[in-house]
Structures are given as structure tokens and as C-alpha cells.
Design a protein around this ligand. Structure first.
Ligand SMILES: CC(C)(COP(=O)(O)OP(=O)(O)OC[C@H]1O[C@@H](n2cnc3c(N)ncnc32)[C@H](O)[C@@H]1OP(=O)(O)O)[C@@H](O)C(=O)NCCC(=O)NCCS
Length: 158
């Protein structure tokens, strides 16, 4: 079952080979072709442990994201990508909103981490993420780590 966003946008878990292939195809177009990230870096050793999601616009795959356990109390969101022609319609923020609803269902996580390309820092800041640490290069692109502390809901604590 997926979630509907903005009319015809549906987000579903990419839990079949076909859906995963659609995620990789979007990532290839956005990161490898669009941003010159080396293909051998784009697909990494974490693929199998990640949960992958695809955003469909009228059933056409247009966006993707994945997440995984990074540390016992920290989830990490990676590979957020929306096809060029589908940007600016809320699909990227919809994929993030989906994961920021999903990840807190796993009570072990207190933090969500990601490595933002520098141009996208304002996009994640708007969702509550904060920059931590110094700039670094990944795949030839400048990045900063960002972190979001999840609210603790039990006992009215903070
Ligand atoms: C970053 C990306 C995923 C955003 O996807 P999108 O579907 O266009 O984003 P949305 O339409 O949900 O945008 C939500 C808001 O963020 C803003 N925004 C989008 N991309 C932004 C960026 N790169 N920098 C700053 N703000 C951005 C939008 O203007 C919008 O603001 P608004 O709500 O005030 O109108 C998309 O541009 C993309 O795939 N880029 C290339 C790959 C990439 O850089 N991925 C991120 C890796 S860390």
C-alpha cells in the first residue's frame, strides 16, 4: 500500500525486482548522467540492507529514496532523486515526509542522518535537519552531514 500525495503522486516501497530496477534507473539518470557521479560509486555495498521507495506520477516512476540503519539509534536517508522534468511538484519533499513518518515507527531510532549535497541544504533545513561537521567530497560533489533529532513521544519526555 502506498501513500497518495498531491493528486496523482503515489509513494510505494520498491520491494520487487522491477520496482528496485526503477529506483536504480532514476538514480542513474539523476546522479550518474545528470551529476557525473561515477556509476561504480552510485551502486554501493548498502543496497541490500536498504529499504527503497519509488514515487509514481500517474503510475510513471519519477522519484526515489532509500534508508537504512546507520547506528543502533540512527537511521540514514540516502539517494533522494527526482527526475528533472518532475521537480518542483512536491515529490522530493513527499518522499522525505513519507520516510519521516515511517522511520519513527521503529522506536530504536532517535536520529535521522543524511549527507546533503550543498545545494540541497536549504531543502533539508526546511524539514528540521541541521548541518553537522565539515564539508566533504562524495562522488565529486560537495556535501555536509545533516541530522534530525526525532521527538520522544513516551512519558511526555523530551
Ligand atoms: C533535491 C530534489 C530531490 C528535490 O526534489 P523536488 O521534487 O524538486 O522537491 P520539491 O518539489 O518537494 O521541493 C520542495 C521545496 O524545496 C525547494 N527545493 C527543491 N530543491 C531544492 C534545492 N536543490 N535547493 C533548495 N531548495 C530546493 C523547492 O523550491 C520547494 O520549496 P517550496 O515548497 O517553497 O516551493 C531534486 O531537485 C533532485 O533530485 N535533485 C538532484 C539530486 C539531488 O541533488 N538529490 C539530493 C541529494 S542530497
Amino acid at each position: 500500500m502506498g501513500s497518495m500525495y498531491q493528486g496523482d503522486i503515489e509513494i510505494i516501497e520498491a520491494d520487487t525486482r522491477l520496482r528496485y530496477a526503477q529506483c536504480v534507473q532514476i538514480r542513474t539518470r539523476v546522479f550518474v548522467i545528470g551529476q557525473n557521479v561515477p556509476a561504480e560509486r552510485e551502486i554501493d555495498q548498502h543496497e541490500d540492507v536498504c529499504l527503497h521507495y519509488v514515487a509514481l506520477a500517474g503510475a510513471v516512476p519519477v522519484g526515489t529514496v532509500r534508508w537504512r540503519t546507520y547506528a543502533p539509534d540512527t537511521a540514514k536517508i540516502e539517494r533522494l532523486a527526482v527526475l528533472d522534468g518532475a521537480r518542483g511538484r512536491g515529490i522530493g519533499s513527499g518522499l522525505m515526509a513519507y520516510l519521516l513518518d515511517e522511520i519513527p515507527r521503529h522506536p530504536e531510532f532517535s536520529y535521522v542522518k543524511l549527507a546533503s549535497q550543498d545545494h540541497a541544504i536549504p531543502f533539508y533545513t526546511a524539514m528540521g535537519f541541521e548541518v553537522i561537521g565539515d564539508a566533504f567530497d562524495d562522488g565529486g560533489l560537495p556535501h555536509h552531514d545533516m541530522i534530525l533529532k526525532l521527538r520522544v513521544c513516551s512519558n511526555g519526555g523530551k
